[in-house]
Design a protein around this ligand. Sequence first.
Ligand SMILES: Cc1cc2nc3c(=O)[nH]c(=O)nc-3n(C[C@H](O)[C@H](O)[C@H](O)COP(=O)(O)OP(=O)(O)OC[C@H]3O[C@@H](n4cnc5c(N)ncnc54)[C@H](O)[C@@H]3O)c2cc1C
Length: 318
Amino acid sequence: MSGVLVFCETKDGKIKKVSREALSIGRKLAEAAGGDLIAFASDGAAADDAGRYGAKTLYVAAIGPYLPESYAAAMKQVIAQAQPSIVLFGGSSNGRDLAPRLAAKVNAGVASDVDRLSWSGGKLRARRPVYSGKAFATVEVISAPAMATTRPNAFPAQEAGAGAAAVVAEISVAAESKAKLLDTKIPEAGELSIAEADIIVSGGRGLKEAANFSLIRDLAHALGGAVGASRATVDAGWIDHQHQVGQTGRVVSPNLYIAAGVSGAIQHLAGMSSSKHIVAINKDPEAPIFRVADLGVVGDLFQVVPALTEEVKRAKAH
Ligand SMILES: Cc1cc2nc3c(=O)[nH]c(=O)nc-3n(C[C@H](O)[C@H](O)[C@H](O)COP(=O)(O)OP(=O)(O)OC[C@H]3O[C@@H](n4cnc5c(N)ncnc54)[C@H](O)[C@@H]3O)c2cc1C
């Protein structure tokens, strides 16, 4: 066994950021472990992107939108053909769904939600948060292949510089899915997903009511970021669950995380404390969110947030 296989998700023939991040760390691991970087996608148009990120071969199965059983069957076939030492998945909803299913099929171990990866003594070594992000565990995956899902934004997406498209190898998979895709809901136009955003502005119960999420949206749009939310606001029906940050929502690591009217409960911190820069706006100076904040504003969000939005717009206009 040698080389690294990366599961790539695509949109309009382009490889999504979370998969480009997995390809980038996959390339480094392939250099360390020996063997080629190879990729899998359900769209052959991804070959250009895959090549730019260093993949030599792109295995393609034209199996349409994500369904766990058919994708697991396709990836299993690629593993049987390519015999990689390592298999990586970007930690999106699909990647986190597929990795354990495939691991069970090929009797492999998976380190999930990792933010560091290395090849050490012939083994895949991974660092992953435990106890809701309060500690880190370093684990070794001793199976062959060894699998991991990468935390979004933890590994920078870097092109290889070579620029050649990956060679496409078509594989055919028997349609063996017991599930059927009935409907796909596309987020509102212009709404970025918190899973991939570099900047997230989150609102909490301090917003008082659903309509006031417009303040958070205005600041997020001014910054070119995504809208996040605490569970309290999601449970209250103020905003959809796809925006929820935390233990039972999304785990995010953007470059900038702004929390307004969010207390910073442990379950919320579990989803955002690995963000690179954290700004908290809260009228309670004792709010736990300030313990993880790089910059804290003790004040009324109804004054601070609109003023910040205006300032950002002014700065961007120059
Ligand atoms: C099993 C389990 C899983 C959970 N998973 C999650 C999860 O994934 N994500 C999550 O977020 N929570 C989660 N929770 C819930 C979590 O414990 C908290 O209840 C929740 O995060 C609180 O949301 P909040 O900060 O918006 O509200 P609150 O705790 O009510 O905080 C509101 C904050 O707004 C401030 N505020 C009020 N008015 C203003 C103002 N005008 N200006 C500025 N600040 C103001 C207050 O000082 C306060 O700090 C989970 C709980 C459990 C038990």
